[in-house]
Structure formats: structure tokens, C-alpha cells
Design a protein. Sequence first.
Length: 305
Amino acid sequence: MAVQILEGKVVLVTGAGNGIGAEIAKLAAKCGAKVVVNDLGTSPFGEGADSRPAEKVCEEIRAAGGTAVPSFHSIAAWDSAHAIVEDAVKAYGRLDVVVNNAGILRDVFFHKMTQNDWQSVIDVTLSGYFYVSRAAANLFRDQESGCFIHMTSTSGLIGNRAQVNYGAAKMGVVGLSKCIALDMSRFKIRSNCIAPFAHTRMTATIPADTEENKARVALLQRLGAAKIAPFTVSLMADAASDVTGQVFAIRNNEVVLFTQHRPLRTTQTSDGWTPESCIEIALPALRPSMYPLDISSQVFAWDPF
């Protein structure tokens, strides 16, 4: 039996009907939390609705001796996101942790991306995270405690092809999390990001149409969703109450702390700049520290542990 490090806590996990979200919900329950399993039951592309995934995860939690209730509202609108938080309060009378995990993909190269491809991903994967977090914020403030965990992605932190919408949303999540951490720290509320590496039904949609994608898919297939749960659950515990405003990645048995944007190199002139002097002096001075146009798999080039 797992150590009950979350005894007495209520944990809400969005997108918990499958994959990473389901594994986080099940481990949180095993560690003593009462869990709200939120999932609209859409396809990986955000289509349709189905109550069965959330209900199935709740049944698995209860069968293992845990406590869970389902929630079927969408995170992608203000009112329905608030209804998710209301489900937690109605069921358990409080809320302690929000895990923003739900997401959809609409992978397409930028020059072919439609407005719907863009907006549908932003609505769920960025706006939805804001809506759910905002719905919980006053509860957390009033009880002077609370924990937000947001799933980001190296598609935003580093970059990937055909994911302008997803990468932009996931990089936005990093800014969302950091600013929540800054605004809410005086209420003893913390906010962190995790970039997970795992094979899920979302990553299963990556087309194996190039050698690069084939290698990417082959690597992801070796990484189980359950590997993301232990560190995620650890951030919920009181023992991690000093950890906030951070960006982590989890890659099989690796836990990575990401850098955050800080000044890297500077150049200056007492005479002021002209376009010509920028070309002749500033850009040559800065070029040695510029980043190459690489993608996630080129940065994480070693085999996972």
C-alpha cells in the first residue's frame, strides 16, 4: 500500500479518462487523496463526448480501495470549467490540487493550418487551463493553501514541427503557471509545470510518415504514462510546499529541471544603435550564443533511463 502522503486532500485531474491523467488520478487516490476524474470523453482531436472513460477510471480507483467521482464538463469554456470545480466541492466540500492535464492535438504544418486548427487547440490547452485554475483560485485563496500542476510540452519549450498551435499553447502554459505562482504565493498557493514524455493516445496520432517521425514514435512507445505520475503526485504533497514557479520534465526514470529565460549575452554602444551598426556589430557579437533551429528530439538526444 502506498504511503498516504495525500491523506485528506481533494485532487482534481482534467483529461483523466486516459493516459497520463488516468495514471495521476489513480496514484493520487492510492496515496490517500479523494479524486475528481474530469474527462469530456473526446477523441485526441477534441471531437465527440463520452462519459465512459472517466467512469472507468473511477471504477478502477474504487476497486483498489480509493475514492473518486467523475466530472464530464469541458474545460474549454468559463462556465463549464467552473462547473468542474463545483463538482469537486459538491462531492467533497473542498479542493486542494488542480492538475491541468487535458489537451488535444491538431498537428499540421503552419502554412496549412486553419483558424479552427489553431483555435480549438488554444481553447482547450491554454484557455482551458486558465479557466479551471481561475475557478479554483478563490477557494485556494480562502483556505490559504492550494497546488496547481500544469502539463506543458517540449513542443513549446524547445519546438516541434507541425505543432505551431500546440507549441504556442504549451509555451503559454509556462507563462500562465509562473504568473499564477507570483500572484498567489502570498496565499501559500503554488504553481508548477511538467513536460511529460510518454506514449499516449495523443502521441499515437503522430504520423510515421518520415524517418524523423518514425524515430520519434519508436522512442515514445518505450515511455509509459505511469512514469509521469510519481513526481506529479510528489508536487501535491505538503513536503513540496516550497516548490513553485518551476518547469520540470519527466522522461521515463529521469526528472529534469528546465532553465527559464534569462539574459544570455549582451552588447552595447555609447553612441546608440543604427540598423547598419546592428548588422555590423550587434548581430556578430550575439551570433555565437544564438540557439540552433533544433527540435525536441535533437535536444533530448540520449536514450531515456
